[in-house]
Design a protein around this ligand. Structure first.
Ligand SMILES: [Zn+2]
Length: 319
């Protein structure tokens, strides 16, 4: 076993659950014949309760279930902090409690700034014995190359549609095909989207983008900014930008006479819009949208950001 594995793949595939299951099976004291954790031994109990002494989960405070953003309180961090990484020193300096592996699960790995990443890199370069790092990332291209190169990369593929559809059926989600398309085939993301009951913003975005030349960029920015505010942190600007990017991908596909990938029920509308845009302009704009995805992580001003995005969009349809 290498001392660090990097699980990569798009969001919503279940990489984190996979990493947790794998960690549980490695720490379990009597794994089942198929390698899965037994779920009954002392180690499994500790693991389930989140207090196995040889396991550490490193994730942004905002991802912890017991942290709720409350009005007036400081927002929980979206980043893994350097203090969290430093607190591992103590973990590494004592022997493992159960004489087996010591496992650190990092989720998501891209939620570390350069300093934090460099700090964890020291440990990756000189691993303490019997330590395993499980690093999860939906955006591996954003990781420091030095981090990527220290890990064995494990690509997690998009499942077959019929397999993914079963996951949605188990969760009681109807119109599986529709949600899977929107989620790029990732079942976890599709379930989240279907069950969130908070897709009004997406319907709004799609209907406004569908207006093409008649779109009102400043009005759209105002509406989406309001949706962001009203969501109290449940909707992030980057999700809006991701949806916008998907719309741009579909426009590009339609411009090339191909079926759309994400917005299945809007095929006809998207094809009609695509025919109005010069191809070169469309490709250029798609590239710009990719860059914007990164800026959306920490925009200075959401309203201005959205206005810029939508002004560019409407310019696609200019004569
Ligand atoms: Zn067990």
């Amino acid at each position: 076993m290498p001392h660090s594995l990097l699980l990569i793949g798009q969001k919503g595939l279940g990489k984190f659950d996979l990493a947790r299951c794998f960690a549980a099976s490695l720490l379990c004291e009597s794994p089942l014949a198929d390698g899965m954790a037994c779920g009954k031994c002392l180690a499994c109990n500790w693991f389930a309760q989140g207090n196995h002494p040889d396991f550490r989960l490193l994730q942004p405070e905002a991802l912890s279930e017991d942290v709720e953003a409350e009005d007036g309180k400081k927002k929980p961090s979206q980043q893994i902090t350097i203090d969290q990484v430093r607190s591992l020193d103590e973990f590494f300096n004592v022997g493992t409690h159960r004489g087996g592996l010591r496992i650190v699960l990092v989720n998501p790995t891209e939620a570390m700034n350069r300093n934090t990443a460099n700090s964890i890199l020291k440990t990756l370069e000189e691993p303490s014995p019997s330590t395993l790092f499980l690093m999860v990332s939906s955006e591996p291209m954003r990781l420091l190359p030095t981090i990527r190169s220290r890990c064995q990369v494990v690509p997690v593929p998009v499942p077959l549609v019929k397999v993914a559809a079963r996951v949605l059926a188990d969760e009681g989600v109807e119109r599986a095909e529709h949600w899977l398309a929107l989620a790029g085939g990732a079942p976890g993301l599709a379930v989240d989207m279907a069950n969130s009951g908070q897709n009004a913003w997406l319907d709004l975005l799609v209907s406004r983008l569908g207006a093409g030349r008649a779109a009102d960029p400043l009005g759209m920015a105002t509406e989406l900014e309001k949706a962001l505010k009203d969501s109290k942190g449940r909707l992030l600007l980057k999700q809006v930008v991701e949806a916008f990017q998907k719309w741009m991908v579909d426009l590009n596909l339609a411009r090339n006479g191909l079926p759309v990938r994400y917005f299945l029920q809007h095929q006809a509308k998207i094809s009609g819009l695509a025919d109005m845009i010069p191809p070169a302009r469309l490709i250029q704009s798609y590239r710009a949208a990719i860059n914007r995805r990164q800026e959306a992580e920490q925009p200075l001003n959401a309203r201005l950001f959205l206005e810029g995005l939508f002004l560019e969009y409407r310019a696609l349809f200019a004569n």
